[in-house]
Design a protein around this ligand. Structure first.
Ligand code: SAM
Length: 244
């Protein structure tokens, strides 16, 4: 073999060694990339699952989240005085934004009667209670002027965001009175309208007059200054002994 041939052979070997090393380095880089992608993905999934670990008290959608910011459940239920063991009915419970809060507060020794006239909303609420294993909630499909509540056993009738939706609040709440114990209370959380054209709410004067006609006496009013003025009215039943 001539010197020239040897030289060519050596160069060819060197070239193949270099390309082999490059190939190896590329493979290592690729493996590192794949490992990084896997680790980041796994981290993302873990983060997602932490973020998705919701509790029964969390709002189920953006609308509920918005309403809970305006009508903070903890604050309102503290003002109303909802505690363990109480028997509470919510009239106009809808899809249960507040039912879950009430159920958590009264606990297993208490009970929540969730009433509405909207069967579809109550179907959603039934599913919500099953998803969260809420065994202390009973769902009641009422009528426009009869909430069909159990008689004489409730510590509290609670209404939030619903009063101005009732067609005939006087008849509805007159009928509801008999469900309260002698020292039971009616708590109504209701917006104060901005002006005469604002139909989302009730003036304090109208509220007191209507509930007086329905057989209640106002004991206390608390106000929360949120986006709009929100009042929390606490009523007692007048002449309870004549009701049941
Ligand atoms: C704006 S939603 C409020 C639902 C729930 N309280 C909340 O804050 O998420 C008003 C609810 O009042 C209910 N409602 C209207 N008239 C009613 C009546 N006469 N008796 C019971 N519920 C009634 C509606 O069906 C609706 O579910």
């Amino acid at each position: 073999m001539s010197n020239k041939d040897k030289d060519v052979m050596i160069r060819t070997r060197e070239k193949s060694l270099i390309s082999h090393k490059r190939c190896h380095a590329l493979q290592s880089l690729l493996s590192l990339f794949v490992i990084c992608v896997l680790v980041f993905n796994c981290f993302g999934i873990c983060l997602d699952s932490v973020q998705q670990q919701k509790t029964v008290l969390d709002p189920e959608n953006e609308n509920e989240a918005r309403l809970n910011r305006l009508q903070p459940p903890e604050k309102i239920l503290d003002i109303v005085g909802v505690s363990a063991g109480m028997k509470v009915a919510e009239i106009g419970a809808g899809k249960g934004r507040y039912v879950v809060q009430l159920a958590a507060r009264v606990g297993n020794t208490g009970k929540v009667y969730a009433e509405d006239i909207d069967a579809e909303a109550l179907d959603y609420l039934k599913d919500r209670c099953e998803r969260w294993d809420l065994e202390n909630v009973e769902i009641i499909l009422g009528e426009a002027t009869d909430p069909r509540l159990p008689q004489g056993i409730l510590d509290l009738i609670f209404i939030v965001s619903s009063y101005h939706h009732f067609d005939d609040p006087v008849s509805l709440l007159r009928k509801a009175r008999g469900a309260l114990k002698p020292d039971g209370r009616l708590a109504i959380v209701e917006w104060i309208p901005w002006n005469k054209n604002d139909d989302e709410g009730t003036t304090p004067q109208e509220m007191e007059a209507e509930m007086n006609t329905a057989g209640y006496q106002l004991k206390r009013t608390e106000s929360l200054d949120v986006a709009k003025k929100l009042n929390i009215y606490i009523f007692w039943v007048k002449d309870h002994q004549n009701l049941i």
